[in-house]
Design a protein around this ligand. Structure first.
Ligand SMILES: *Cc1c(COP(=O)(O)O)cnc(C)c1O
Ligand code: SF4
Length: 365
């Protein structure tokens, strides 16, 4: 018997059982998971899951499991510390030159490892007209804000006309130079990337699209066509991935993922170390494992395919690179460098002599 391809997203326990993704015996446990965390699997992802091996990297990202009920000490409701940096509803202002603008809390899929899993879901209220006005006024009042990042909730599930109007209002603020959209839609709901939506993103100021994608099998023909529509429209495309145990934590899968992104004109931007969100321990790797993986890619795989491996420091202290170190100070003007194969090399700086040190500056030689 083949599972019919669903025409609508899977949103309930019964949908999962009908699709053969949850065994009847597992129902009570999964019901507990769904009381806490939102569920949605789009037709595009359900189609890939149905055609795929159950242990594959796509299924485990979206199908709930009883392991989500296990929480470890140290896991947090707000693992990246958004809350203390929210000056008005919908804005997170943690870094000087950029803010997040969260228009709503809904996503087309709910990733089981989501770092905002306590906040996202279909029930969360979107910003109303007055709240959006207040968020835009906050941005307009701070000339230090150069970039506005629509995040969320997935901005690309909004009706194109609404998205267009928000981006137009952002473009009208003089000091806003760039708008960035973080989205999973081109992969999980590629049919939404139609001419109307693409037109809404082509505006007076550059709109960068950062795609969230974790496994090469997510990028089927429909997703690749959606990315081509965005790239052909001149929208710069970047990606962010989360390092996930059992899904993409091996050098071969990461290489396939990053190469496939680059082949589709998407530059891998960040590889995130999994955050300390509650009930996501089964997805987490150690930092040492992540560094070893990045080390395996460096030198072997094109530089275009190398994202920065980052960790968002819990408590809202910001993201920092945590990849392997290749340089170590070794005395004044001297460094020990490690090559991609592990060899060590000394490097001595050759700098123009400083003014006052007795040597002639190079420019007047
Ligand atoms: C991740 C994040 C950003 C974007 O950071 P970049 O390093 O510029 O990609 C901005 N604001 C907040 C609150 C973030 O969490
Ligand atoms: S798309 Fe992003 S915000 Fe939405 S559930 Fe997945 S990880 Fe969370």
């Amino acid at each position: 018997m083949t599972t019919p391809r669903p025409e609508a997203s899977l949103r309930t326990l019964d949908h999962l059982v009908e699709a053969g993704l949850v065994a009847p015996a597992e129902k009570p446990e999964i019901e507990k998971v769904l009381r806490r965390y939102a569920l949605a699997i789009t037709p595009a992802m359900a189609g890939i899951i149905a055609a795929d091996d159950p242990q594959s990297g796509v299924q485990r990202q979206f199908v709930p499991s009883a392991q989500e009920l296990v929480t470890a000490e140290g896991e947090l409701d707000d693992p990246i510390g958004d809350e203390p940096f929210a000056p008005v509803k919908g804005i997170v202002h943690r870094y000087e030159d950029r803010v997040l603008l969260k228009l709503h809390h809904a996503c087309p899929v709910y990733c089981r490892f989501c770092f905002r899993r306590e906040q996202v879901g279909p029930g969360g209220a979107a910003l109303n007209g007055g709240e959006l006005d207040a968020a835009l006024a906050y941005i307009a009042a701070d000339p230090g804000i150069w970039e506005v990042i629509l995040s969320g909730g997935d901005p690309l599930i909004l009706p194109p006309a609404r998205l267009r109007s928000v981006i137009e209002r952002l473009c009208a603020i003089d000091h806003v130079g760039v708008i960035r959209i973080h989205s999973r839609v081109p992969v999980v709901s590629p049919e939404r990337i139609d001419a109307e939506l693409v037109a809404a993103l082509r505006q007076a100021k550059p709109v960068y699209v950062v795609l969230h994608c974790n496994h090469p099998d997510e990028l089927g023909p429909a997703a690749r066509a959606a990315l081509a529509r965005l790239a052909d429209a001149g929208l710069p495309l970047l990606s962010q991935s989360v390092l996930l145990r059992g899904i993409n934590d091996d050098a071969q899968t990461l290489t396939r993922l990053f190469r496939r992104l680059v082949e589709n004109r998407v530059k891998p931007y960040y590889l995130h170390h999994a955050d300390l969100a509650r009930g996501t321990g089964h997805f987490r790797t150690s930092i040492g494992e992540g560094q070893a993986l990045m080390g395996q890619l460096r030198g072997k795989v094109s530089g275009l395919c190398q994202p920065t491996y980052v960790l968002d420091i819990p408590g809202g202290h910001g993201k920092v690179p945590i990849g392997p170190a290749y340089v170590e100070a070794a005395g004044p003007g001297a460094y020990a460098l490690r090559d991609p194969a592990g060899g060590r090399h000394m490097y001595r700086e050759c700098l123009p002599a400083e003014a006052g040190s007795g040597a002639m500056p190079l420019s007047s030689a």
